[in-house]
Design a protein around this ligand. Structure first.
Ligand SMILES: Cc1cc2nc3c(=O)[nH]c(=O)nc-3n(C[C@H](O)[C@H](O)[C@H](O)COP(=O)(O)OP(=O)(O)OC[C@H]3O[C@@H](n4cnc5c(N)ncnc54)[C@H](O)[C@@H]3O)c2cc1C
Length: 415
């Protein structure tokens, strides 16, 4: 069988999720692929995803879960290479997966290392030359082809795929190289912001709650306008708020100053019902104190902080608490924090913003400004919701970029 990309020389810059998938796609088409990875090994960030479990996809992945200046840009890529196709490829590579709540997909091994391993095995089997510890310092297009410069060597190649990722997760390899390399070729970059990130809140209330978790309905307010909401787990930390539900609203909460987060700690019942429930408790257990008012409903420490942050003494007997119960029920339904910022790119899971997608062909991911140049993954201005959507974008866009780089992009022959 003759492959369209037979012997075409392709360089992939970045051996993360999207770069490994792009290299595999191009090599499967018969291309001669060299992958450059800045760090000592490929897939370092991938190995840390999902708290080491790697939430590698989400069965609900469609454009409504993605963001960017042109939020619909991902549609054509996801149509060609969606969840079904990516999971079938992983199965073919030897990875079994399992679907959990909200469509989140994990490796059956529950171990992110398994995902890195099957990708590495495929790179090996397909003869991809993997150069780890080789940061690409510059990229130029010349009449002879693309020239890639590392500290040690210069490589000339027909086509290039930039898959350097974004700024998020700095300690795991996040950085700005991809933006710089693509800007050097003439591309432009949007503003960059951390997304899926923990929030800093004003005051010391959360400090005493460090380590406490709660199921809550999270609202983000700008003045009187509710700008986002999400239900799920919230974790209290010494600096503020974390957890999946906070990550999900972090984009709206941290982007502009002056937002407030309010937590409804009893999403299943309204304030009147909560008041009645608390009142019944005081009648049944009048000998207890306010410190025990919420015991059995939320974690004890959280119950006590709800009381103390309302300026009330925890030692007040429940028999004397009738006058404060309504206020406490309302506080538990609207436990509010002023947002003063986020924890920045180092702690963020993804970068919101990136290289402008309108400068790329949405079907092939080839640059409209420079033929033979492709980009995929987080370096582009596409970021997904929490829940496996970002890795799905990495697989989908990586595959599409790799396949087209090997096969002959729209603009390629006019170079
Ligand atoms: C802690 C954490 C947990 C996460 N958990 C999840 C999750 O469970 N599910 C999910 O969907 N998403 C998760 N994400 C997001 C997801 O990991 C990223 O969106 C995804 O890895 C992006 O893929 P990428 O290939 O674009 O970039 P990366 O995976 O970041 O890969 C880019 C690679 O390029 C290399 N590189 C950079 N510059 C150069 C250069 N000049 N030369 C050579 N190589 C270079 C980097 O070292 C890196 O290895 C998580 C992110 C973090 C930080």
């Amino acid at each position: 069988m003759d492959y369209p990309g037979r012997n075409r020389k392709i360089a992939v810059i970045g051996g993360g999720a999207s770069g490994m998938m792009a290299a595999i796609a191009a090599a499967e088409q018969g291309a001669n692929v060299t992958l450059f990875e800045r760090q000592a090994r490929v897939g370092r960030k991938l190995a840390a995803t999902g708290n080491g479990r790697c939430n590698l996809s989400n069965s609900h992945a469609d454009p409504s879960h993605y963001h960017g200046e042109d939020a619909g840009f991902c549609q054509a890529v996801l149509e060609q290479e969606g969840v079904t196709q990516s999971l079938a490829r992983f199965r073919d590579m030897g990875l079994l997966t399992t679907e959990e709540e909200d469509g989140r997909v994990y490796p059956m091994s529950d171990h992110a290392g398994s995902v890195v391993d099957v990708l590495r095995f495929s790179l090996d089997a397909l003869g991809v030359e993997v150069n780890c510890g080789f940061p690409v310092k510059s990229l130029k297009k010349t009449p002879q082809g693309f020239i890639l410069q590392t500290d040690e060597q210069q490589t000339i190649t027909e086509r290039v795929i930039v898959s350097c990722g974004g700024k998020a997760g700095g300690k795991l390899g996040g950085g700005a190289d991809g933006y710089r390399l693509l800007e050097g070729i003439g591309h432009s970059c949007t503003d960059l912001h951390p997304a899926l990130v923990q929030l800093r809140t004003e005051g010391i209330v959360t400090r005493g709650l460090k380590g406490v978790r709660a199921q809550a309905l999270v609202y983000v307010w700008r003045g009187k306008h509710r700008i986002a909401e999400e239900q799920g787990e919230v974790q209290f930390t010494e600096y503020g708020l974390s957890g999946p539900a906070i990550f999900a609203v972090s984009r709206e909460a941290a982007r502009q100053p002056g937002t407030t987060i309010s937590l409804d700690l009893f999403p299943g019942i309204n304030a009147d019902e909560l008041f009645t429930l608390l009142k019944r408790r005081t009648e049944k257990r009048p000998e207890l104190t306010l410190d025990d008012l919420f015991t059995g409903t939320v974690q004890n420490r959280l119950g006590r902080v709800l009381v103390s942050s309302a300026g009330l003494s925890g030692s007040m007997p429940l028999s004397e608490s009738a006058g404060v119960l309504r206020a406490l029920a309302e506080r538990a339904k609207e436990f509010s924090f002023r947002v003063v910022g986020d924890l920045g790119f180092d702690q963020a899971q993804v970068t919101s913003g990136g290289i402008r997608t309108r400068e790329f062909d949405p079907v092939t991911l080839e640059s409209k400004l420079c033929s033979g140049l492709y980009a995929c993954g987080e370096v582009l201005d596409v970021d997904g919701d929490c829940g496996g959507y970002n890795l799905q974008w990495a697989w989908s866009s990586g595959w599409v970029a790799g396949k087209n780089a090997a096969g002959g992009g729209k603009h390629a022959e006019t170079a």
